[in-house]
Design a protein around this ligand. Sequence first.
Ligand SMILES: [Mn+2]
Length: 269
Amino acid sequence: MRICVISDLHIGAGKEFDTFNWNIDDFLLMLEYVEKKFDIRKIVLNGDIFDLYQHNFSEILEHNKQLFQYFAQEKFIFLRGNHDAGIPDIFDNFLITNKQGKKIYFEHGHLADFMNGTHFGRKLGQWGYRLLKNFMHMEIVQNIFMKIVQLNDQIDRIPRKYDTYKYLNYALKLLRNYDFVVLSHTHKLEEHKTYYLNQKKIYVNTGSCSLGRFQALVLDTENLKYTTLKLGKKAVARRLVKIKNPDIENQIFVNETSELIMENVLVEQ
Ligand SMILES: [Mn+2]
């Protein structure tokens, strides 16, 4: 079975703090395109899908009815991230055991943090956000907040980011018990392979679909072949033009090497 994992959309209520930065129609078009292209049967939403730090659930629901309708399909599996704290009836993690007995484990990954993995840290974080929220009606504070989010995102792309090892370390511990571990939370798409007791082990971080990007993992749960999709905002825009106008694809976009990753078949691992 082919599955797709996406995470860290951080969908808000369309007001200040909203870092999703997607037109909902476009996002659903992109997702449906990936589903068709890779024959996806299940979609794991690996946490931080909504941003309940900044908005309450009814506000988000009201503002994203179309999205909720789509996500209500049976093929979707919701997992909890640190920003999804108020959503009822969702799982903290998920396990698929395939026919060969290989174990594929999904978790958002925030439990590796001090701020999110401990009671004291969580309280401190909530207090900080509440304080910030009081000032968010001021335009200058909103602008600074968006700058920090974008800057932090760029730092996340530097391969040796200081705290990436923390999550890698967390994943390695999980890989003692599982064959394939999928985490998110860092907004940094990455993949690592290792061996444990002669067994091949794989860790993939699914990155983020916030700030208008599309990053995802496509995984065949039976043979553990996988590919990652990484489209920046510009590549997304070009891809959407193609999706909306399939006829003009060959005439205009022949030289777009940056998007070749989308044309890959699943890579042999
Ligand atoms: Mn998170």
